[in-house]
Design a binder for this molecule. Structure first.
Ligand code: ATP
Ligand code: MG
Ligand code: MG
Length: 570
């Protein structure tokens, strides 16, 4: 929108621009770790970071935070780019944190030379014990007093691969009694002899997130580093590293980037935290989503029930709806869980405006119009969209034998049932009014066909066309309809907070066993003959998309995106 609603981050950015901070520039970044597929929560961060850049004629970078080689995979690097593009955003610069390994290293040597970092020989468990607790100050490591030369020598030998994994750590020398535990001499580098997807075996040491992240931000000229609330307590450390390193004032640190053509004017970025997006009836941790995939509890990262962007895309959720959803939710510092219904409402709103209408029958029951000749075939013209004439019209074949929805007939109608009943009348969508004259059933009592007569006087253009009956039902011509596989999806979890692990349960115990139903239905020809990824409203049934993997015009496969109304809000 031209005038998006205000929130505190937009206000900070506007004030900074007005004050000429960062020379008036606005540069943001989206920094995923390539250890899984992006999910709806990431979309919040993507919309925020790219949105702020677009609104301020600024730039947004895509940066792969690939400092943890053991969990990362090139498959994810590609999928993340596809998903960001699909959401509707383009980055100005694509980087990997690993592009800056040489800068991180030079920065670490600088901290050592400033007596602000030391090599510690404590192992992980000892370090934890020395760190203290919230109520108890930490204690200095016996190696904290090492001199600059010894530290430099040891760090260089760490870098040369002389020491075993975990045997030594480079730590910042800050304050072991700080109230904020993040400042109690946090680790900067650890030894890990792991092959990295970009740098291979060049580095036996890898920087820690808190160090690598702020330095990456600064060397890219990021002005506003937007992150989730868990990092609020890390902000003093973010600022401490950048203050000590002074990347804008020390060209030697970024010299390696000039050689690679990756140099940008370094900045002093400001970290700003906002609340994570959480949504009911889903889990949104890559670790848990990966487990669902690996244990085959879903059919892969793009299973239409997954909260991943690739899953939502395959399900038929539109990028427009996801962007509108996060805009509607807004940005705050208040953690909360958002009702999945809000997202579904955004999807309905978008699709109602855009989706062409089609006729489909998912649970077919035969209906024969006795007062039409056997060979009767007609081509009816139906509007593609009731509120958008620009979408034009389509031809729908109509004949004597139709499929209707089994649930649109009741032999012994319950009170308030306004569809077809024995000897009752109903309007066939776009045709006219039929009366049910005969009900056929098999030996078990299952209804096999309905016989009806059409009141020709109620057909389009006839004097009785406006005659009212209570119900209108949809249909397809049995001779023309195309058989299709239709997949109906429901929530993957059957409780609002599947992450709740009280009572010894885990999210796996909350999986909804009925989250997918596969039906054989019938489509009007104009729904079947379409490209994968096309969405429609199947009248009275919901919004559906031709599955991007399995659909073919001759063997259609559709996924239900969402029902027409919120069937959960009752
Ligand atoms: P997960 O816990 O699912 O693995 P993560 O935060 O570890 O998520 P990253 O790849 O590091 O995953 O995330 C990239 C960016 O997306 C980060 O800036 C992170 O803050 C943001 N992000 C991740 N999840 C959410 C969320 N639920 N809401 C808002 N932003 C999120
Ligand atoms: Mg992360
Ligand atoms: Mg994570």
């Amino acid at each position: 929108p031209a005038n998006p609603p205000q929130h505190f981050i937009r206000q900070i950015v506007a004030a900074d621009r007005a004050a000429g901070k960062h020379g008036g520039a606005v540069v943001t970044r989206f920094p995923p770790e390539p250890n899984g597929y992006l999910h709806l929560g990431h979309a919040k961060s993507i919309c925020l970071n790219f949105g702020i850049a677009v609104e301020n004629s600024g730039r947004c970078h895509l940066r792969f935070d690939d400092t943890n080689p053991a969990r990362e995979d090139p498959e994810y690097v590609q999928a993340i780019q596809d998903d960001v593009h699909w959401l509707g955003f383009t980055w100005d610069t694509l980087r990997h944190a690993s592009d800056y390994f040489a800068v991180f290293y030079l920065g670490a040597e600088k901290l050592i030379r400033l007596s602000l970092a030391y090599v510690d020989d404590l192992d992980a468990e000892q370090m934890r014990a020395y760190r203290g607790t919230l109520t108890e100050p930490g204690r200095d490591s016996p190696f904290r007093a090492r001199g600059v030369e010894e530290n430099l020598d040891l760090f260089r030998r760490m870098r040369a691969g002389e020491f075993a994994d975990g045997s030594r750590t480079l730590r910042a020398k800050i304050d072991m009694s700080a109230g904020n535990i993040n400042l109690r001499d946090p680790a900067i580098y650890r030894i890990r002899k792991v092959t990295h997807q970009n740098t291979g075996d060049v580095w036996p040491i890898y920087p820690m997130y808190d160090y690598a992240h702020c330095v990456s931000d600064a060397v890219e000229g990021i002005t506003h580093s937007l992150c989730t609330l868990e990092f609020e307590d890390h902000r003093p450390l973010y600022d401490w590293f950048l203050r000590q390193l002074d990347l804008p004032g020390d060209p030697a640190l970024t010299a390696p980037l000039r050689e690679k053509g990756q140099w940008l004017p370094p900045s002093t970025p400001q970290q700003i935290e906002f609340a994570r997006g959480n949504i009911s009836y889903t889990v949104m941790s890559k670790r848990k989503l990966l487990a669902l995939v690996q244990d085959r509890l879903v059919d892969g990262w793009d299973d239409p029930r997954m909260p991943t962007l690739s899953g939502l895309r395959r399900r038929g959720y539109t990028p427009e709806a996801i962007r509108a959803f996060w805009e509607r939710i807004g940005i705050s510092k208040q953690n909360s869980s958002i009702d999945l219904g809000v997202l579904e409402a955004c999807v309905r709103e978008d699709l109602d405006a855009r989706a062409p209408r089609r006729l489909a029958v998912l649970d077919p029951l035969k209906l024969v119009i006795d007062n039409l000749p056997d060979a009767h075939i007609e081509t009816l013209q139906f509007a593609n969209h009731p509120k958008d004439a620009a979408q034009g019209v389509r031809s729908v074949p109509f004949a004597r034998t139709l499929w209707i929805e089994r649930e649109d007939f009741m032999q012994q109608p319950v009170k308030g049932f306004h569809r077809l009943v024995p000897d009752g009348e109903v309007r066939l969508r776009g045709v006219g009014i039929v009366r049910c004259t005969r009900v056929l059933a098999d030996a078990q009592g299952t209804i096999t066909a309905l016989h009806c007569t059409l009141d020709h006087d109620t057909r389009h253009g006839m004097p009785g066309a406006e005659r009212k009956v209570k119900g209108t039902i949809h249909w397809v011509s049995a001779a023309h309809a195309i058989a299709a596989e239709v997949r109906l999806y429901d929530r993957l979890f059957n409780v609002p907070d599947p992450d709740d692990d009280s009572n010894g349960k885990t999210y796996r115990d909350h999986l909804n066993p009925d989250s997918r139903h596969v039906l054989r239905g019938y489509l009007e020809p104009g729904a079947a003959n379409t490209a994968p990824g096309t969405f429609f409203q199947f009248e009275r049934l919901g919004y559906f998309i031709a599955d991007c993997r399995d659909h073919a015009a001759a063997q259609p496969v559709f996924n239900r995106i969402v029902t027409l109304r919120d069937v959960w809000a009752q």
